[in-house]
Design a protein. Structure first.
Length: 145
């Protein structure tokens, strides 16, 4: 994957953000845009966290009111089919294989915090698949054996 010069930490934050509160916007037939963009809506109580994200991804994201957004760029166009293969957000496990930076879990947790499934809160009876996978495999070195 060509991450257009993003650091390991920036890739981790971006991928976790797309999985969490963010989304990659669609390009419609009648749209003037050639590329997709990133968008994340938030309450003003979360402003300091979004400012942190914007500082970490300052060449990519900017604040516009209570939205964290990107320009329409080729990177988002390449990522869109990986995250939305059937126009529904999915986890692109092939991307997670190389993401080992701790900011991935930090961002994912700060975006979504926890997941509570109950009939009361899950009134649309959505199906949730839980995959227990580690984004980074710890390899023992001969010294640690």
């Amino acid at each position: 994957m060509d991450w257009e010069g993003l650091s390991e930490e920036q890739v981790a934050i971006l991928v976790a953000s797309i999985l969490g509160d963010g989304e990659i916007t669609k390009c419609y037939v009648y749209d003037r845009r050639v590329n997709n963009s990133y968008r994340e809506h938030f309450s003003m109580g979360q402003l300091s966290y979004r400012e942190w994200k914007q500082r970490k991804l300052s060449d990519l994201l900017y604040l516009r009111g209570n939205n964290l957004v990107s320009r329409s760029i080729p990177l988002m166009t390449r990522l869109f089919p990986l995250f939305y293969p059937d126009n529904k957000k999915q986890i692109p496990f092939e991307l997670l294989e190389d993401i080992c930076h701790p900011s991935f879990l930090l961002t994912l947790y700060l975006d979504d915090g926890s997941l509570l499934l109950s009939k009361r809160f899950n009134h649309k009876k959505k199906k949730f698949n839980s995959h227990h996978t580690s984004p980074c495999t710890y390899k023992r070195s001969p010294k640690n054996s």
